[in-house]
Design a protein around this ligand. Sequence first.
Ligand code: URA
Length: 309
Amino acid sequence: MKKWIPKKPWRQKTGPVARRTAAREALHSPSAAAIGSERLEDRGAQKTLERVISKAGAGSRTQARSWIHAGQVQVNGRIVEDPDRWIDFNRDRVLLDGKPLTKHKPLYILLYKPTGYITTFKDPEGRPTVYDLIKDIDQFVSPVGRLDLDTSGLLILTNDTQFAERLTNPDHKVAKTYLLKCSTLLPDEALEQLRRGVELSDGPTRPATVRRVRDSGKYTHLEIAITEGRNRQVRRMIEAAGSKVLKLVRTHIGPVTSAGLKIGQWRELEPDELAALTGSPTRTRTSGRAPDSPVRQTKKSRRPPDVRR
Ligand code: URA
């Protein structure tokens, strides 16, 4: 059966879903029902076995589940085949393929994703994934949010789940900025509507920063900054405003820019970028990279972002 994945805490609701959550937790822990809205896979010092393995940087949660089901994981000397077993990593000794699981060093990767790559670990259709671009990283990192196949630009990947949560939680107001080319000329009223928020199938959007970059021929080029990260959000916003996105590039995550990165390259986030992303959400943009920090390149460099094409 497919694993139940809890809603993100800021979207959690009371009612039937929350009640089902509590009932499910009660299956694994007699005291869990009392905890109610707590996340299924994380309970203070205790985490589910699947999560302990992925947090240790050994692999994705899907991989962790398959290793557990295959009997490759031992806890305190016994094989455990239940991925939802509660584990205290400070107390319990976990072995994967007979080797002790060790805590990972936090890793923060900034990738300049080209179009044509999907933001998942494996694609059933065999298309290239962002992991093809970061092959030389020996720890498992997860993407913070997603970029569509047809979107290029900045993507952070990390093994620090708290950091990832902070970046994706709209309440922390970390802006993601996009340059886009629309299929039609958009009037000022449409831009105003986008700024205030438009109605999407999954609810109204939060206020956005919208700037007309230029109109060229029958196209409008915009810069939009949003603090949410819903599925295909920018494309859907533009559709709600009566146009279509022809090209979409994510140029900033908070104050972090693509400076120094060519398409397909990655580097680690600089300490000042990390501090800015985890500190004040109101900081303005800074240069993305110290001049001497290394840039990794998996593929041949391509052109920098340009929505004119
Ligand atoms: N909004 C979209 O529509 N697509 C992306 O890839 C990112 C934001």
